[in-house]
Design a protein around this ligand. Sequence first.
Ligand code: HEM
Length: 444
Amino acid sequence: MSDAALPIVPIKTGFLRAVRMLRQSYRNPLEHGQALREQFGDVVMQKTGKMTMVHLFGADAHQLCLLNPDQILSNKKAWDLIIGRIFPNGLMLRDGEDHRYHRRLMQAGFKSPVMQQYLSKMLPQIQSSVEGWSPGRDGTTILAYPKFKQLTLELAATIFLGMDLGQDAARINQAFETTVAASMPKIPVPIPGSLLWRGIRARREMSAYFHAQIPAKRSGGEQDLFSLLCRAEDESGAHYTDQEIVDHMIFLMMAAHDTTTSTLTTMMYLLAKYPEWQDRVYAECRAQSIEPVTREQLSEMVLSEAVMKEALRLYPPLSTLPKFSLKSFEFQGYLIPAGAMVVTYPIHTHYMNEYWHEPERFNPERFLSSAEVKRRHPYSWVPFSGGAHMCIGLHFADMQIKLVLRELLLRYRFSVSEGYEMPIQQSPISKPKDGLPIELVRRA
Ligand code: HEM
């Protein structure tokens, strides 16, 4: 089929309408996506001045964009525009052979034996943190989101950096928080005092901190992620440069932190709202409460896993996935031009009636029936993306989330007040607007 024969469905937007659309898509990508698709169909091309944005809907769109045949799309060009100032050269911001090389080396930090070591280190830290969430038997209301954020940050210091940050803790935590907060600023210009400006300075501080640790990490025998990246080598003896290690570490800390916090929060909300599921998962945790905990044991927590998958379906931490077209390509009879920002919507696909029965309903059973899972389009559930850029930390996230959930459920029963609906901010990474107030009651 020649390019000329393909129809194009552009919506031309003036600057103000484009800004309004962008704000709307930022505030509520699900509603924005649903409105666009209802009006224009699965392919929507929006032109504003010289900028072209293409919105693609559905599992086939994910399949094409994530498998990325013939390298038609660039991750680097898309993400550089969004988070490139703060997270330059992170693994997600690389393409092609360069990406493959960097990903291969990074696997050193995610191999099975190391994962078991991470687990053993994490567990006592999780236990002592979660133990302190509620002092007595009476109900204590906590804000779940900041609690999870604090816990995942402390775990990152131990597992990723292999250090008790000691005197540096407050300073590095603050620098890290500022860096993450500035990753997708509303004002994308580093005006002095602005979020982006502070983020760039905070990154500089983290960068200096990591650089200073590299010689010791390279020559030592520690098994934290930072040390493993410092010593990682491929079969030809190639290894990361100091700057590459720093870039990867800063990106990894960001990639792991808010996504895991988000998932733990939405899971806790759903279990609080649906006590029958909380009881089922609690029973499973009790059955798996023998120590030492192994990865095999965690893999048997099928109910916890189904709840996690359903939470990720309803509230994917990354609701949209941006790519940039390097070449023109065809999708469903339409010509997508080169040089466009191409956006797919995991959150939208996760709510499509075409793939999900009663998509609005919380129903982890849909992940328990293997026949149903097999029948489903393989790209209808994409919270971890797919293809070459599929989340490298997904097994780590699975392990950490199950451990935290298990320790929480073994200690507490939790609930939300009658009729409570969690107000959610979907972008840049899904989180509750109110921090998620939860009542904890210590189990006898
Ligand atoms: C529930 C938790 C998590 C979710 C939902 C999540 C989601 C994602 C998504 C959607 C992408 C791909 C973006 C794209 O296609 O451009 C991604 C990539 C990535 N994630 Fe995660 N992530 C999670 C946890 C983690 C953790 C714990 C780590 C590290 C330990 C991590 C490290 C990374 C890295 C390094 C990439 C880039 C991979 C590449 O480009 O090859 N993530 N993640």
